[in-house]
Write a protein that binds this ligand. Structure first.
Ligand SMILES: Cc1ncc(COP(=O)(O)O)c(C=O)c1O
Length: 387
């Protein structure tokens, strides 16, 4: 049996009736852009997030861009962000002309190390962008305090964490903005590209609606510069049809994660869920010094694993101009050669989960390791920090 990393076909077959109905309804309606399905989905998603407003847009990348543009962030401004993220987080900052300033991550949850933030704040810093990577939220309370002290805005990158919570608050409801991606494999995915920005500010909500639609306040009246970044009616109808299932899917992800952790905790470093946080396991990422051999071994046995991400943003060719040399973000660089994302999607069967666990156990058994290996895999740094 093969265990793919994800499986959108299985997902579609499981929800075919609802999705087909949604698509057919829109096709028959004659409204394809900025119609009633968008209004409906934005209202439903705002309620899901616990934010006052949601503005749909064309992708997660543009959600980030639009929120930065809503704050008039541009050349000469600095945005604090992590390099351990999907590069689009950084591309969106660059699209505004602002400079991404990288902050290192924590070795436990891989999110922004908030204790390092203040040392990077300058008179030019306009926004902090914590990324809720893999489905575990950043330390929003501490980040919001620092931001308030320095009068800086905060945007949560929620692309990988739809439905995650921190002390009961849903991801995207705490910062000044939340940026969501509905890329198909996300915890709530469209059948194409899609994204959204959440905010509690009525003023910014109005501005975001203009920015995504050529800067128009009403048809042919352009009050501000803007782009074309709209969430189309078909995607909205599909997203509305799926939204009621997101909590259930996140629960299924959590159950798969619990089984992985139980089976693997003595062999590799398994994900951490800090008390008070709800991890939604967009990705289940282990750490091991034997990463490349393990990935190849599993692939030979039909188990597809991926690496998120093999090169951090500051070491990408496109960002060499920022001048971050090797060793400039020690934790980010340390984990990059050790992380491995195991197959994770809500429709995974019990047998598939077992096959992944058994494959990893077999790999270590062949090397005479049955337990204790995790000690050598645990991230301990020269400065003694482990989190
Ligand atoms: C953390 C993060 N930020 C931003 C994005 C960009 O989202 P999109 O692919 O919808 O543009 C993604 C998705 O790839 C992501 O994982």
């Amino acid at each position: 049996m093969n265990v793919p990393f994800g499986n959108m076909q299985v997902h579609y077959q499981a929800y075919k009736a609802q999705i087909d109905e949604a698509v057919a309804r829109v096709l028959a309606s004659g409204y394809y852009i900025l119609g009633p399905e968008l209004d409906k989905f934005e209202a439903e998603f705002a309620q899901f997030v616990g934010a006052k407003y949601v503005v749909g847009c064309a992708s997660g990348t543009e959600a980030i861009y639009l929120a930065l543009a809503a704050e008039d962030i541009g050349p000469g401004d600095e945005v604090l962000v992590v390099a351990h993220t999907a590069v689009p987080t950084i591309s969106a900052i660059s699209m505004t002309g602002a400079t991404p300033v990288f902050v290192d991550i924590k070795a436990s949850t891989y999110v922004m190390r908030e204790t390092e933030l203040e040392s990077k704040i300058t008179a030019r810093t306009k926004m902090i962008v914590p990324v809720h990577i893999y489905g575990h939220m950043a330390e929003m309370e501490a980040i919001m305090k620092i931001a308030a002290k320095h009068k800086i805005k905060v945007m949560e990158d929620v692309a990988q964490a739809t439905g995650a919570t921190y002390r009961g608050a849903v991801a995207g409801s705490i910062g000044d903005y939340g940026a969501f991606s509905f890329y198909p494999s996300k915890n709530l995915g469209a059948f194409g590209d899609g994204g959204a920005v959440s905010t509690n500010s009525e003023e910014k909500f109005k501005k975001l609606k203009m920015l995504r639609n050529y800067g128009q306040s009403k048809r042919y009246y352009h009050d501000t510069l803007g782009i074309n970044s709209r969430l189309d009616e078909i995607q909205c109808a599909i997203l509305s049809a799926q939204l009621p299932y997101v909590h259930q899917w996140n629960e299924q992800r959590r159950q798969i994660a619990a089984r992985y952790t139980e089976g693997l905790k003595d062999l590799v470093v398994t994900p951490v869920e800090v008390s008070g946080f709800k991890h939604v396991y967009h990705l289940y990422v282990i750490q091991t010094p034997d990463r490349d051999e393990l990935q190849a071994y599993l692939l030979e046995r039909g188990v597809q694993c991926l690496i998120h991400y093999p090169i951090p943003a500051h070491r990408q060719q496109a960002y060499q101009f920022l001048g971050y040399g090797e060793g400039s973000l020690p934790t980010t660089e340390h984990i990059v050669n050790r992380i491995l994302s195991l197959p994770m999607f809500p429709e995974m069967t019990s047998e598939q989960v077992d096959q992944v666990i058994d494959g990893i156990k077999a790999f270590y058994a062949e090397r005479g390791v049955t337990e204790g290996h995790v000690q050598t895999a645990t991230s301990v740094f020269a400065d003694g920090q482990t989190v």
